[in-house]
Design a protein around this ligand. Structure first.
Ligand SMILES: Cc1cc2nc3c(=O)[nH]c(=O)nc-3n(C[C@H](O)[C@H](O)[C@H](O)COP(=O)(O)O)c2cc1C
Length: 175
């Protein structure tokens, strides 16, 4: 893939919030997880974990925890991508909290892009009640759910979402 193909790959992804019930295969799940495992991480500690949820009843509970967002119930699989604080704090102390969240965000981004590479659709979902997700999935206290990544075959919106220009983000040399 050359650099213009890479940009094209990125710009053809968009968040999808309507899904068919067609399941995701185990091979597709394995591919997505293998891609996430290549992500960089602070100290190479990989301070993230993921709960792969396919069960319909659990997806319904997760959807309720996510303020009843329907795509969480609809998508055939939800990757609940979590920060593992103990793994990073054991080396980095307080700073490890930030590193674990960064590690988790990168891993989740790789999963989202891996799904795109497979021709699947996804929606990164950050609006949810932490404690409800914790309770549904029986997460230990040192594990923080960071994102519910819905993946499936869906119906992409027509037209791309707009973006700020790159320049609006950039400050040269000093703020
Ligand atoms: C940290 C984060 C949290 C998000 N939370 C939600 C969410 O709770 N529900 C939702 O439908 N989309 C959510 N999104 C998806 C964004 O709305 C979406 O990425 C953005 O509007 C740009 O659209 P695009 O992904 O189609 O390019 C979230 C995305 C990120 C990165």
């Amino acid at each position: 893939m050359d650099s213009s193909e890479f940009l094209e790959f990125l710009t053809t992804r968009s968040s999808v919030r309507e899904y068919e019930s067609t399941p995701i295969t185990e091979e597709e799940i394995d591919y997505i997880l293998s891609c996430a495992s290549t992500a960089p991480s602070a100290g190479n500690l990989e301070s993230w974990d993921v709960v792969v949820v396919k069960d319909e009843d659990v997806r319904l509970c997760l959807s309720e925890a996510a303020f009843s967002q329907p795509h969480i119930e609809q998508a055939p699989v939800i990757f609940v991508v979590c920060a593992n604080y103990v793994r990073s704090m054991s080396r980095y102390g307080e700073r490890g909290i930030l590193y674990a969240v960064q590690d988790t965000s990168i891993a989740c981004t790789y999963m989202m892009l891996a799904a795109h590479a497979l021709g699947l659709h996804s929606c990164w979902t950050g609006a949810f009640e932490d404690d409800e997700v914790r309770s549904v999935l029986e997460l230990p206290q040192h594990i923080r759910p960071v994102a519910l990544l819905a993946i499936g075959r869906g119906h992409p919106p027509t037209g791309r979402t707009s973006r700020m220009t790159a320049g609006e983000h950039v400050h040269n040399e000093i703020w």
